[in-house]
Design a protein around this ligand. Structure first.
Ligand SMILES: NC(=O)c1ccc[n+]([C@@H]2O[C@H](COP(=O)([O-])OP(=O)(O)OC[C@H]3O[C@@H](n4cnc5c(N)ncnc54)[C@H](O)[C@@H]3O)[C@@H](O)[C@H]2O)c1
Length: 289
């Protein structure tokens, strides 16, 4: 997928990975609408992009609200004429702790942004991309936790990132060929994610103090620019999985080996077993109609 000359919308574009993606897109010659719950941060990134001679826009959105995404799409289309790239990137991390102690408010907030936000982006933008008939791409930000990393004391976050992979997997198969899908699976990256709880809106529980321990860990992560470079390459190569942290292959392998081993010992393949394959069942029903 070509980046130069196209226009992009990046949610969570005001800080961290989204900011670096926005700047990398502009570096490649794309116009960018920077959407964020922190309008000042989005405005600062949009100014940096304008200084590079590209069109830019800063929009205040809460991705958990579908109407905000609909307004964002209208603003981006009227500023740029069209949009070809959507980054469903905004994400939050609920306060850490064992799963049995995660409050309903924290769990719901994490799901409403990390999964609800991606779904709102899909609902609003995908039909427009399909109708345009032109090449377009949707990039959903998952995580290494999408691939099987058990993030101890981050269970709600881990579950949201598994959900992002699930949504992306299905979306990639449902959309027509001219609309591509990628899922970005970074490991620890230098960003302001440790401050996520400070930005929580009142109606979703209100702000709470950030945890300095998370800040110290994130400071040791991969620089955001390195992640953004991998994202640009992933789009140009039309990769479904966009990987950034090499060691994560071990974590993915560990999950896969455990799954394969469970099948091998409990239910090894046998002739005719695909009779229960749901896709085969649906095909048979379609043929009978
Ligand atoms: N930093 C990491 O180690 C890491 C690793 C894997 C995946 N990720 C994912 O990368 C994505 C970007 O996070 P980041 O690490 O750059 O963190 P970040 O906090 O620096 O950036 C996230 C941005 O999203 C914005 N945001 C938060 N809630 C929002 C909402 N409801 N609506 C709109 N914007 C909202 C924030 O204001 C912020 O600008 C997230 O989906 C995160 O889960 C981060």
């Amino acid at each position: 997928m070509e980046i130069a000359g196209n226009s992009a919308v990046v949610t969570g574009g005001g800080n961290g990975i989204g900011r670096a993606i926005s700047l990398a897109l502009a570096g490649k010659g794309a116009n960018v609408a920077v959407a964020d719950i922190e309008l000042d941060a989005a405005e600062a990134v949009a100014s940096e992009i304008a200084a590079l001679g590209l069109k830019s826009l800063a929009v205040a959105v809460d991705v958990s609200r579908e109407d905000d995404l609909a307004d964002l799409a209208d603003e981006a289309w009227s500023a740029f004429g069209s949009v070809e790239l959507l980054f469903n990137n905004a994400g939050v991390m609920a306060p850490g702790g064992p799963l049995m102690q995660v409050s309903k408010a924290d769990f719901d907030w994490c799901f409403s942004v990390n999964v609800g936000g991606v779904m709102n982006g899909i609902r609003v933008f995908a039909p427009r991309f399909v109708a345009s008939g032109k090449p377009a791409w949707i990039i959903n930000t998952g995580s290494e936790h999408s691939l099987g990393v058990p993030h101890l004391f981050g269970g709600a976050y881990t579950a949201t990132k598994h959900a992002v992979l699930g949504l992306s997997d299905v979306l990639a198969r449902e959309l027509p060929e001219h609309v591509g899908v990628s899922v970005l699976c970074p490991g620890i990256t230098q960003s302001t994610l440790w401050r996520a709880t400070e930005r929580r809106p009142e109606e979703q529980g209100g702000p709470i103090a950030a945890m300095p321990a998370n800040a110290a860990a994130m400071a040791l992560g991969m620089p955001v620019e390195q992640v953004a470079d991998r994202v640009m390459a992933g789009i140009e190569n039309e990769s479904f999985y966009i990987m950034t942290h090499a060691h994560v292959v071990e974590i993915a392998r560990e999950r896969w080996q455990a799954v394969e081993g469970a099948f091998a010992t409990q239910v090894p393949r046998y002739p005719g077993d695909q009779a229960y394959d749901v896709n085969e069942v649906m095909k048979k029903l379609r043929e009978q109609r």
